[in-house]
Design a protein around this ligand. Structure first.
Ligand code: FES
Length: 113
């Protein structure tokens, strides 16, 4: 059975920008992040496919220097914001795990798990 989690208001994330979250899933906690670019939002599990670790080294710091790609802080793997596909570095053609995100009438971001 799917469950929804309200994350934040869409305006709480700068454009372009990103924000990390942790949500409870039964006894486990799921780390994820949301990226906003050109008014669109994308959610991914916070786990680099290279070494299965969190991507950010500082809070909410998921993007590269010019905010055009998602970047892993550990070995520099790059991912396309819109798809999560690997765009360079040691991710070996793998991508980030995309999560289903909706925006409700109050412009709250709602994650569907
Ligand atoms: S852990 Fe992300 S690039 Fe190595």
């Amino acid at each position: 059975m799917s469950k929804t989690h309200t994350l934040c208001h869409i305006d709480d994330i700068s454009d372009p920008g990103a924000k990390g979250f942790e949500v409870k899933q039964g006894r486990q906690t799921l780390g994820l992040f949301v990226v906003k670019k050109d008014g669109q939002v994308y959610a991914y599990k916070n786990e680099c496919p290279h070494a299965r670790v969190n991507l950010e080294w500082q809070e909410d710091d998921f993007l590269d220097m010019d905010n055009s790609l998602i970047q892993c802080s550990v070995h520099g793997a790059l991912f396309v914001i819109e798809s999560g596909d690997c765009a360079g570095g040691p991710c070996n053609g793998q991508g980030l795990q995309k999560l289903e995100l909706q925006i409700n009438d109050d412009k709250m971001l709602v994650l569907q798990l």
